[in-house]
Design a protein around this ligand. Structure first.
Ligand SMILES: O=c1ccn([C@@H]2O[C@H](COP(=O)(O)OP(=O)(O)O[C@H]3O[C@H](CO)[C@@H](O)[C@H](O)[C@H]3O)[C@@H](O)[C@H]2O)c(=O)[nH]1
Ligand SMILES: [Mn+2]
Length: 524
């Protein structure tokens, strides 16, 4: 009997044929082993340098065995978008997070493009909220977002009308051809006229932001920007601003846009990106409490406007809802150097090791381009789904902190019965949001250990994903073509060495900690 339409999966893991690669990899292993045997047999003739060479090659061989076992059965997910649209009449809310930390190293126009590409995704706008965390506490970033939200009122309808694929305007307009994306019967001259208007508007936006950057302090004590006066980057109260609220709840409108700069004080460790993500989780919890989250670094943008629907195919699939914690898309980079001399594109890491892990428990969490379930971020394991006993009030407070309003939203998220708090005005929750974004809020709670992004490594993403895997969750590797997200990578040698050093340090911190994956596997 043919399976009924409703039991067909929304996504599947598809294994890649890999026989030739396997033969090649095993051949290399065979030669490595021969080399080791040769070294041992003739060790007596050569002495210490020979021994050192032997030890190095032994390490290489060990590494090679790890690499081939990782890449043995590569897989990626295949999604069925039409089934999702047919079967899920009411799409769930999704909270989208962008992190930025430094308006000089990460120019506001780049963050603005990331945000614009998110505001314009093909998904009901009343189900989306975009939160920007600014660890730089920069009035220029805030100003840029305010201006961007005005531009978005033109940009988003334009993208949707003409089915624009790349919805980050700097990339879209870098191709100077005003050609519509073959959308049925679009009137060419009307399109060209609109294209020209929007391009002019975008250039106007860029100029405004450039001017703001040049006159670095134009905002002191002035209206909306008054809160930024007398602030220092690492010493300031929480600043949360609802830049745009989709008050009418229009599915064709613009998603909510919220600026968040968490409190920082000199004596309080701010815990870098993991700290910022945990604040975003709480602030979004009290404001929109969507059961799903998408997070992007400010240097990545959406390259496929259907990607949120893709993410939902994976996370809403009834067959794997109790297994899959997150859906990770690889990082691809634009404007790379020819032939990638410094390896900045990370082809091996994202495309080979990533797909290899995709055939095992699932890819690691890469810190960006990833869809999460809120309840998993809140520490739930697959086993807890069976176990219906709800955490007591006391346990909730111990893990999640003392804000009653926030705890209520946590209880809803953990139950998974209600998607979001009842329709309310976002501005009403700003006060509570301020409270949960305070730098003392996490003191004595489970944040950073039992719940949220995990502290203790500069590669907080790997650690957080690994903790989910240790709890028994799987993850899915999603690699649509064209790529779902694109970003910028360091282009030079020194910059990429700094990045590699940071990653190596982070991984070593994990290896030497109690969160080490070997312990995780043995004593889970
Ligand atoms: O105190 C901080 C430091 C960084 N960030 C943000 O974190 C993101 C990543 O930082 P970046 O300096 O760009 O690091 P990369 O090495 O490029 O990032 C890779 O490595 C990180 C650590 O493993 C992951 O978090 C990232 O997602 C991954 O893209 C950026 O959006 C930053 O704005 C903060 O919000 N607060
Ligand atoms: Mn980066």
């Amino acid at each position: 009997m043919a399976p009924s339409q409703n039991s067909l999966p929304l996504h599947e893991r598809v294994w890649r044929r890999n026989n030739i690669k396997r033969v090649m990899d095993i051949t290399v292993l065979f030669f490595l082993i021969l080399l080791l045997i040769y070294r041992i047999v003739s060790l007596n003739n050569y002495g210490v340098p020979w021994l050192i060479a032997f030890l190095c090659e032994l390490w290489l061989t060990f590494n090679w065995i790890l690499v081939i076992s990782t890449k043995w059965s590569p897989a990626q997910s295949k999604i069925y978008l039409d089934r999702l649209l047919q079967r899920v009449p009411e799409l769930p809310p999704v909270d989208m997070f962008v992190t930025t930390a430094d308006p000089v190293l990460e120019p506001p126009i780049i963050t603005v493009n990331t945000v614009l590409s998110l505001l314009a995704v093909d998904y009901p706008a009343n189900k989306l909220a975009c939160y920007v965390s600014d660890d730089g506490c920069s009035p220029i970033t805030f100003y840029s977002l305010v201006e961007a939200s005005k531009f978005a009122k033109l940009w988003v309808p334009f993208c949707k009308k003409y089915d624009v694929r790349v919805r980050a305007p700097f990339r879209y307009f870098s191709d100077d051809k005003a050609t519509p994306n073959g959308k049925n019967g679009a009137d060419l001259s009307e399109f060209q006229q609109e294209w020209k208007t929007i391009k002019d508007e975008y250039e106007h936006l860029c100029r405004k932001i450039e001017n703001a950057v040049k006159n670095s302090t134009p905002f002191d004590g002035d209206g909306e920007f008054a809160v930024f006066s007398n602030t220092e980057r690492k010493n300031h109260p929480t600043i949360i601003k609802v830049i745009w609220e989709n008050k009418e709840g229009l599915s064709s409108g613009l998603p909510h846009l919220i600026y968040v700069s968490r409190e920082k004080r000199p004596m309080h460790p701010h815990l870098y990106k993991a700290g910022a993500m945990n604040v975003l989780a709480r602030v979004s919890g009290v404001m929109s409490n969507a059961p799903y989250m998408l997070n992007l670094d400010c240097d990545m943008f959406v390259n496929d406007p259907k990607i949120v629907l893709h993410g939902m195919c994976i996370l809403l699939d009834p067959n794997t809802q109790k297994e899959v914690a997150f859906a990770q898309c690889p990082q691809y980079f634009y404007d790379g150097l020819k032939d990638d001399p410094f390896g900045n594109q990370f082809v091996v890491l994202f495309r080979f090791v990533g797909t290899g892990l995709g055939g095992l428990q699932g890819p690691i969490y890469l810190g960006t381009n990833c869809f999460h379930r809120r309840k998993v971020i809140y520490g739930l394991s697959p086993h807890d789904l069976e176990n219906t006993s709800i955490l007591s009030e006391k346990e909730l407070v111990r893990n999640f902190g003392s804000s009653r309003e926030f705890i209520n939203t946590v209880a809803l998220a953990l139950e998974g019965t209600t998607y979001a708090p009842p329709q309310h005005n976002l501005s009403n929750s700003v006060e509570t949001a301020n409270q949960v974004a305070g730098c003392g809020y996490e003191h004595g709670t489970g944040w950073g250990s039992q719940v949220g992004w995990v502290y203790g490594s500069t590669t907080e993403d790997i650690l957080t994903g690994m903790k989910m895997h240790t709890r028994g969750w799987k993850s899915e590797n999603h690699m649509p073509d064209p790529p779902a997200f694109m970003g910028s990578a360091p282009t030079g040698g020194p910059a990429s060495m700094t990045q590699q050093k940071r990653w190596a340090t982070g991984l070593l911190e994990i290896l030497l900690s109690k969160n080490n994956p070997i312990f995780g596997t043995l004593f889970r």
